[in-house]
Design a binder for this molecule. Structure first.
Ligand SMILES: [Zn+2]
Ligand SMILES: [Zn+2]
Ligand SMILES: [Zn+2]
Length: 264
């Protein structure tokens, strides 16, 4: 399984263009752009394509001609910009399935006229296990809210398993229960707020990120061989070198946009 990290940033990415904090300056001076979190799996499954998805794909020399499904966690625009579906409908009739909780389907469906048949929509809810683009996808409850349900996903094939968990605060108990007995090769876990603990509980900060990794370790979801990567990073985080050191304490890492992770 090939996992391409198209983006690893929060909605505004790093740097935020309105900001000269140490972290934004660090990224600006090093010329690093951290764009909204999105992942392309085997060129076949696109998770959370936000407004920068088309250029994220092109920047890394890829295309979406082999895309079979879009999987979105919730109906915030950094996780699904339905304009991408229009771009598809302008050039191809190849089938594309859009999968997500009901608000994702309701929101993206209105971007397309009723006549086209290439794009289909399917709503899922926490507790479902379903096939998406040939992967076994377990739908997990997130601690987040976006006009209704928000979800995280466990994505598996015969070679590997990936836990994709953004956006969320501390995961609900039902999600830890659903994960018990699974072993992930890769955990992409959000860590939006860095040291800031005063920005609400619908995202993780460094401390709750650490608690979550510890809990996943207890359950056996995270083992010695699991890579844990912090994603959905906002500029509230410290500059890169410091963030890397802090995440290492939890056995986790920070990777740049464009990183390819090969599993299995
Ligand atoms: Zn987000
Ligand atoms: Zn900043
Ligand atoms: Zn969100």
């Amino acid at each position: 399984m090939e996992v391409l990290l198209l983006g690893t940033g929060a909605a505004d990415g790093i740097p935020n263009p309105f900001c000269r904090c140490a972290t934004c300056t660090d990224h600006r001076e090093r010329g690093e752009l951290r764009t909204p979190t999105s992942v392309l799996v085997d060129g076949r499954l696109l998770i959370d394509p936000g407004p920068e998805a088309p250029r994220q794909v092109s920047r890394y020399g890829r295309d979406l001609t082999g895309l079979v499904a879009v999987l979105a966690g919730h109906a915030h625009s950094d996780h699904l910009d339905p304009a991408l579906l229009m771009h598809h409908s302008w050039v191809t009739e190849s089938p594309l399935e859009v999968v997500g909780p009901e608000p994702v389907v309701a929101w993206s469906r209105q971007w397309l006229d009723g006549d086209q048949t290439a794009i289909s929509f399917r709503s899922v809810t926490a507790g479902d296990t379903t096939d998406v683009a040939g992967y076994r996808v377990t739908v997990l409850a997130a601690n987040h809210e976006a006009f209704g349900e928000a979800c995280c996903y466990l994505i598996e094939d015969d070679s590997a398993s990936v836990l994709y968990a953004t956006d969320t605060g501390l995961l609900p108990e039902a999600t830890f229960s659903a994960l018990t007995g699974t072993r992930a090769d890769l955990v992409l876990l959000e860590e939006t707020f860095g040291p800031r603990t005063d920005k609400g509980d619908r995202h993780l900060h460094l401390a709750t990120f650490g608690q979550t990794v510890a809990r996943l370790r207890e359950l056996g979801v995270v083992s010695e061989s699991t890579r844990v990567v912090a994603v959905h990073l906002a500029h509230d985080n410290p500059p890169l070198a410091q963030l890397g050191a802090e995440l290492a304490e939890f056995g986790a890492e920070v990777l740049p946009d464009g990183t390819v992770i090969t599993l299995g």
